[in-house]
Design a protein around this ligand. Structure first.
Ligand code: CUA
Length: 186
């Protein structure tokens, strides 16, 4: 609401200035271009995998992650369990302040159902250097299929600001040869 009413109250019936009209058209076309780039990049970029999202409480999700970690833990790294879930199975990864829990060890060429959720705040799952990015929110379980194509050590970084420790929120993700021996408990 303006402090003083316009002289002509039916302002939308006023003729529009040519320059203003040009800017409206440019902004509209640019909006459309960005929208279709989003759709195009989803299909071509392979960075934002199509995922299904379900509602879940942080407690229920962390219980699933803990159950998996207990069952398939192969060793510890700095007090964090390294977990080697069976190929083809469900894998739970919890974003919490400020780590990805647990550390995962997957097999090359095998498909996994990856479930992501967050404990307290929103985090950004960013798998590097392959550059797969997924927003992770508390209260939601994001599920997608992932098939590692290379062995080695990858990094899962947080790319969404989540507080003091945001810059420290990085975990390794290991990919080993299919059928490789489970490293013994250290
Ligand atoms: Cu988690 Cu930033």
């Amino acid at each position: 609401m303006a402090i003083t009413s316009p002289a002509n109250r039916l302002w939308w019936k006023e003729p529009i200035h040519r320059v203003e009209l040009i800017w409206i058209v440019i902004a509209f076309l640019w909006g459309l271009a960005m929208f279709f780039t989003m759709v195009y990049w989803h299909a071509i970029g392979e960075q934002n995998l199509a995922n299904t999202t379900y509602k879940i409480t942080p407690a229920a999700f962390s219980a699933k992650a803990e159950r998996m970690a207990e069952q398939y833990k192969v060793r510890d790294e700095l007090g964090i369990p390294v977990v080697r879930p069976p190929p083809g199975g469900d894998v739970y990864l919890l974003g919490r302040i400020w780590m990805w829990w647990p550390i995962l060890e997957l097999e090359k060429g095998q498909s996994y159902r990856i479930h992501l959720s967050a404990m307290e705040y929103s985090h950004g799952f960013s798998l590097q250097p392959v550059n797969i990015n997924i927003q992770v929110q508390p209260g939601y379980e994001h599920v997608f299929t992932m098939t590692p194509t290379d062995t080695g050590q990858f990094s899962i970084l947080c790319n969404e600001y989540c507080g003091f420790g945001h810059h420290t929120m990085a975990s390794p993700l290991y990919v080993v040869e299919s059928g490789a021996a489970r490293s013994p408990q250290e």
